[in-house]
Structures are given as structure tokens and as C-alpha cells.
Design a binder for this molecule. Structure first.
Ligand code: MN
Length: 494
């Protein structure tokens, strides 16, 4: 059984009295609100809240996010209201909790079309408004995946697919390897149980076989590094996670002897210079394999990943991969955007300054992929940079809804927008020729207020060449309004 103490233990930032107090209050509030509620597993509901908070603490989130994690199911599942929450914990935490609740209500449609899925992921991130909302949602999902066995079979597969298609790519994009790999392996287990079993057995056997010489190699390398005066923060062996092992095996005719990074030794050092020095020492001790040295420090991967990888002939001539990185690179690989909270001196300096820091630095390699992505979306949505980033912090998307065309294109609209607004957002000609509309397959009136995530099908006719003056009474976008007026004028022959 998890306790408040376990949350404190997981917390990566300095645990000041103030932070301790906030987390304790959130815990007490959540426990009281959930009362005797149970999870499907039979456990007290609060166990889920604590587990979520622990995941957040482990990846280095601050006390506000951890508290919001504790409270994340309160407004939706208990008698306590968002207003009470706000009175007790202030606006910032209540906005985050509200964001998590709202995000939970979006229907995520599964699809075979990658394009459609990409739009869903965009909407998911856009709707979250505050990046901390997304991170809480990921932690929430991770604990739900860990307890998926208590749900009925048909639900298990659907949820696992949704996790693989939406949550895994988002965790990946935010660079939170720690959560991404766990979500991925758990989804894999439910989507493809046979292959999962096969690969985990294979890994287990090979890992056991290799364990002895792995230990030997670690010991020898430790000594060499020490002799040469390189300070090592950590050195340990890691097994490749199951789904990525499976994907790789498929590319290599399922031949595990050709997978060189099944087991890798990780060397964590303080500075970049130490990485290169350590590399030299590793190569002096063990022969490197030709063409297998990858310097992701000079040339980071597109998600910002940095490390040096090399494959060596270890003890007994057995092949091993060695990964060398600084502590900071390591934390960024495991915790992604969340690592920022660890590396900002004060918890208060929000993630916005993270972007600014990277921007000021003008080091393109340090510009993480997701920052670029966020900017791309902002361009699509057509806001200027400052406004977008400022807005993202609190609730830029508060008054927005997202609807889909039957082809999966995402249309960004103001709240209460109608099918007419939707039609003009696609094209003026579509707007001018509207005769009817369907929302999620059902016929709706033209003044219908579109809801988030709906698929809108616009019915047009070539014969109806003029918009109706009545439309002006209910359209919400200035684009629709001006186009309608223009058409009406034309029609009068002005
Ligand atoms: Mn939950």
C-alpha cells in the first residue's frame, strides 16, 4: 500500500517545508474526497492518486504538479467541486486539475490513418493548454496501464491501442523516456500478447547469460576510468525495452545474436569533456566495432537525445554497447521536458523560461524537437510567438474547440461555432453552398453548436448559390460573417 511518505521519497526537488505542506494538504483533501471509493482492483481509490503523484515526483515535477496529480480525479469522481479546490489550493492548481478533467472527456478515435492520428495528438496537446496537464495525464495513464488487468478483456485492448497511438508518441515528443518506455511495453503486452511473451522470455534468457560478463566489464571499466581520473557519477547495465527490441528483431530476421544493444553499459559523467575522455578509455580497454561509434552529442537525435554510443568487444570477446552521457543529458533523456524543473533553481520559474533559455542560447542542437513542433502548430493556428507561448502557460485554448472533417483534417474554431463557420473555415465555396450538416453522422441544424472532437460533414448543393441572411444571426467567426456579407452584396448586384 502506498502512502504519503512514498510521495515524499519519490520527490526529486529539495523537499522544503512549504512543498511538504502543499503536498500533504492535497493528499488529505483527495483522501477525504475519494472517501471509501474503490478502484476496479479493489484497492482504495486514493492509491491511484498516490501512484500518479509518485510517477510525477520521480520525473522531477514540482510540488504544484504533484499536488494536482493527487487531486486529478477529484472534480470528476467525487462530491468536491472545482470551486472548493480553487478556494483551498488557488487558481493555478485548480486550472491544471480542470485541464486534466477536460482532457479526459475528449473522445479519442482510433484509426488506421497515421495522418488522422497525428491530428488527434495535436488536438490533445493543444487542448491541454498547460504542458503540466499533459504530463499529469501521462502519469495517470501509466498507472491505469499498470492496473489494466482488472478491466474486462475488450476494454483492455482498446485502451492499450489508444495508449500506443496517442500517449506513447506524446511522451516521446516531450522526451520523457521514463514514461514512454513503460507505456509502450505495457501496451505491447495487451495488443500483442504472444510476441510480448516471446520477446520477454528471449530477453530474460539472454540477459541472464550475459549478466556475468556484464558485471565483469562494468568492474573493469570502473577501474580504468578511476585510474585515468575521470569522475563517474554512475555506471550500470540496462536491458533494451521490449517493444523496441521486438521491432529491431523483426528487422534482423528475429536473430537475437545480431542485436548488439540488447544489453548496454551506461556511463554517466559530469561534463561533456568527460564523455569523450571516457570514450577513449573504453576503446583503449576494449576494441570498438568498426562503424558503430555514434556521436549524438555533436549530432543530437531529432528529439534532442544526446549520448555517445559505441559497440565494443567486451570480456571473452562478447559484443556489448556502451552509452556515455552527462548527468544532464541523462535526466533529459529520461524526464524530457520535466527535467527542466530539476534544472531550474526555483520551482517557480515556469517552463516558459525553458523555451526562452533555449532560444537565447541560439544553439540549434539544443532546440528540442517538441519546441519546434509547438511552433509549427502555432503557425498553423496563426498566432504570433509571444502570444502563443504566453497563452500556452495558462489557457490559450480555453475558448477554442477542435472539430474534424470526415477526412480527418482538424478545424480550429471558437466556442459555440456552427456548421456554417466550419464550412467557411474549409473554403468560401463550401460555405456559400451549404444546405445541411451532420455532426458525428447525425443531421443537425445549421445553427447547431459544434462540440469538441466531433466529425462535421457539410452537405452542399450546386444549386443553392447564395448564403442566407439569417446565418448572420448565429455565425461566430469573422471569416464566415464577412464572406456571407460579400456574397449577399454580389447577389444584389452591387
Ligand atoms: Mn485518474
Amino acid at each position: 500500500m502506498l502512502t504519503l511518505e512514498d510521495i515524499f521519497k519519490s520527490f526529486k526537488l529539495p523537499l522544503t517545508e512549504k512543498r511538504k505542506k502543499l503536498i500533504t494538504e492535497a493528499y488529505t483533501f483527495a483522501q477525504k474526497a475519494h472517501g471509501s471509493q474503490k478502484r476496479k482492483s479493489g484497492e482504495d481509490y486514493i492509491q491511484h492518486s498516490i501512484a500518479t503523484a509518485i510517477i510525477l515526483g520521480k520525473i522531477g515535477m514540482g510540488s504544484k504538479t504533484v499536488s494536482a496529480g493527487l487531486l486529478h480525479d477529484v472534480p470528476e469522481d467525487t462530491e468536491a467541486t472545482l470551486l472548493e479546490l480553487e478556494k483551498k489550493f488557488g487558481k493555478e492548481i485548480s486550472i491544471i486539475v480542470d485541464g486534466v478533467t477536460k482532457l479526459g472527456k475528449i473522445k479519442l478515435r482510433s484509426s488506421r490513418e497515421e495522418y488522422f492520428l497525428e491530428n488527434l495528438r495535436k488536438m490533445f496537446l493543444a487542448m491541454a493548454a498547460d504542458i503540466r496537464v499533459v504530463i499529469i495525464k501521462l502519469a495517470d495513464r501509466l498507472h491505469n496501464m499498470r492496473t489494466l488487468q482488472y478491466l474486462p478483456k475488450e476494454k483492455q485492448e482498446r485502451i492499450a491501442r489508444e495508449t500506443m497511438e496517442i500517449y506513447v508518441p506524446i511522451a516521446n515528443r516531450l522526451g520523457i523516456g521514463e514514461i514512454k518506455e513503460q507505456l509502450e511495453d505495457l501496451s505491447f503486452k495487451y495488443i500483442n500478447p504472444k510476441n510480448y511473451e516471446y520477446v520477454s522470455k528471449l530477453r530474460e534468457e539472454n540477459y541472464q547469460k550475459g549478466e556475468k560478463y556484464l558485471k565483469k566489464a562494468i568492474k573493469e571499466l570502473k577501474n580504468e576510468l578511476k585510474k585515468s581520473g575521470v569522475s563517474v557519477i554512475d555506471i550500470y547495465g540496462r536491458a533494451k525495452h521490449l517493444r523496441s527490441l521486438f521491432l529491431k528483431l523483426r528487422r534482423y530476421d528475429m536473430d537475437i545474436t545480431r542485436i548488439y544493444d540488447l544489453i548496454a553499459i551506461r556511463i554517466i559523467v559530469p561534463e561533456i569533456a568527460d564523455c569523450y575522455e571516457a570514450l577513449g578509455i573504453v576503446h583503449r580497454k576494449y576494441h570498438p566495432m568498426v562503424g558503430r561509434i555514434k556521436d549524438y552529442i555533436s549530432l543530437p537525435k531529432s528529439n534532442g537525445y544526446q549520448s555517445i554510443h559505441t559497440t565494443i568487444f567486451g570480456p571473452e570477446g562478447k559484443i556489448l554497447e556502451v552509452q556515455i552521457r552527462t548527468k544532464k543529458m541523462h535526466d533529459e533523456a529520461e524526464f524530457g521536458i520535466a527535467a527542466h524543473w530539476i534544472y531550474s533553481e526555483k520551482e517557480k520559474s515556469d517552463w516558459k523560461s525553458y523555451i526562452f533559455k533555449y532560444r537565447k542560447a541560439k544553439v540549434p542542437q539544443e532546440e528540442l524537437e517538441w519546441v519546434r513542433q509547438l511552433r509549427d502548430w502555432q503557425k498553423e493556428i496563426g498566432r504570433d510567438d509571444e502570444e502563443f507561448i504566453e497563452g500556452l502557460k495558462i489557457d490559450f485554448f480555453k475558448n477554442h474547440i477542435f472539430a474534424f472533417t470526415p477526412m480527418g483534417d482538424i478545424i480550429d474554431l471558437p466556442e459555440e461555432a456552427t456548421p456554417i463557420d466550419f464550412a467557411y473555415a474549409i473554403h468560401s465555396e463550401v460555405g456559400n453552398n451549404v444546405v445541411g450538416a451532420k455532426a458525428d453522422g447525425k443531421i443537425v441544424t445549421l445553427d447547431y453548436q459544434i462540440k469538441n472532437g466531433q466529425v462535421i460533414d457539410i452537405l452542399t448543393s450546386k444549386e443553392s448559390k447564395t448564403p442566407s441572411r439569417d446565418w448572420l444571426k448565429f455565425v461566430k467567426t469573422s471569416k464566415a460573417r464577412s464572406r456571407i456579407k460579400r456574397e449577399l452584396k454580389k447577389d444584389k448586384g452591387y
